[in-house]
Design a protein around this ligand. Structure first.
Ligand SMILES: [Zn+2]
Ligand SMILES: [Zn+2]
Length: 359
């Protein structure tokens, strides 16, 4: 019998020892008529999980339950839901769980830029409830933010598309990635590795930009046509002068990104778009003259519509991101956090076996 429990079981951060999250149980937000309850099957591990768990985005009420690359099944629908979801259907939830759905931004597929945007964990609803994510048995979400998953994408491979994947897909789409375009992906980690695949699938000529050549073999397998190792090719900015139409900066931190040299490799009108969500204190320092003719921007989460487009692309082209699976439990969350902190990931962790841990 599918039903929603009164308390949600989870693995969450309970004190300053954030690398050792513990089994916890918490009360869900009050069920609303537009809400859908989901029993979680697996969840990807995003860099944001580490930031939020470690307190880099501020001190959050405990337990801090992270995870926003969620796949599960619908177990309950509110009385005013108009979506086509059926009980038992496989669905996903990405990094956003709420917005006003009425403002100009929401009505134009920019709900992730809504002033009332609530991210799937670590942000507050108007009633003061702090959102909690997918390292948990269940999640309760407004139906607008529930996404149907195409049948031919296995759950573990679908989860990471919902945040990491869409975060790089959105600026690719919005900035003209496609045939005839030269597109760079800077920072080949969890999100960057997906960026290479999607830019290629969209038809662009793809440049992987990394500091060293450690990941050189991987990037060509992932779809890159060219590889630039900025630490190993001192003249890279001159060698690739006036080449790229678009660069998506996927580095976890912007501290090591060379924003003085990067505009040199851009064509006039070229765009540098960062998706990095670094520590709150970080700043970008730019020399205005270096930016002549080049645009620079920061991109937020993609829209729900873009997630659906991405899932369609992945389904049609049968793309498979590179993942490493871990059954969810206290010890494994600890191990994954430690490995994420060291950057030891190729290229996305996914927590699985939820039934074993949470029954
Ligand atoms: Zn994320
Ligand atoms: Zn809105």
């Amino acid at each position: 019998m599918l039903q929603y429990p009164e308390k949600i079981d989870a693995i969450g951060v309970v004190d300053s020892d954030w690398k050792h999250p513990k089994r916890v149980a918490f009360e869900p937000r009050t069920f609303g008529p537009k809400d859908i309850d989901i029993k979680i099957e697996c969840c990807g591990v995003c860099g944001s999980d580490i930031h939020a768990a470690a307190g880099n985005w501020g001190d959050l009420p405990k337990p801090v339950v992270v995870g926003h690359e969620i796949i599960g099944t619908v177990v309950r629908k509110g009385s005013e839901c108009t979506s086509e979801f059926e009980i038992g259907q496989r669905v996903g939830v990405g990094a956003q769980c709420y917005s006003c759905l009425k403002c100009h931004r929401c009505l134009n597929n920019n709900e992730s830029y809504c002033d009332k945007c609530v991210t799937t964990y670590g942000q507050f609803f108007d009633d003061g409830y702090c959102s909690k994510g997918g390292y948990a048995s269940h999640i309760r979400v407004n139906e607008h933010f529930v996404i149907p998953i195409p049948e031919n994408i296995p759950s573990e491979y679908a989860g990471p598309l919902l945040c990491g994947g869409n975060t790089v897909f959105s600026p690719l789409l919005r900035n003209g990635c496609g045939p005839g375009k030269k597109v760079g992906i800077l920072g080949i980690g969890g999100i960057g590795h997906m960026g290479l695949m999607f830019a290629k699938a969209l038809g662009a000529e793809v440049y992987a930009i990394s500091r060293t050549s450690k990941k050189k073999e991987d990037v060509f397998k992932l779809g890159a046509d060219h590889f630039i190792a900025t630490k190993e090719e001192p003249d890279w900015a001159e060698k690739y002068y006036d080449t790229l139409d678009l660069v998506i900066v996927c580095a976890g931190s912007l501290k090591d990104v060379d924003f003085d040299s990067l505009p040199r490799i851009m064509q006039v009108g070229g765009r540098i778009v960062s998706i990095s969500v670094p520590e709150q204190s970080e700043k970008i320092v730019l020399k205005p003259f270096g930016l002549l003719g080049v645009l620079i921007a920061n991109s937020h989460l993609g829209s729900i519509e873009e997630i659906k487009q991405l899932l369609k692309l992945v389904s049609e082209k049968n793309l498979r991101i590179w993942i490493e699976k871990y059954p969810i439990n206290e010890a494994n969350v600890n191990e994954v956090f430690e490995r994420m902190e060291k950057g030891d990931v190729r290229y996305r962790y996914v927590f699985t076996d939820y039934d074993k841990e949470f029954n």
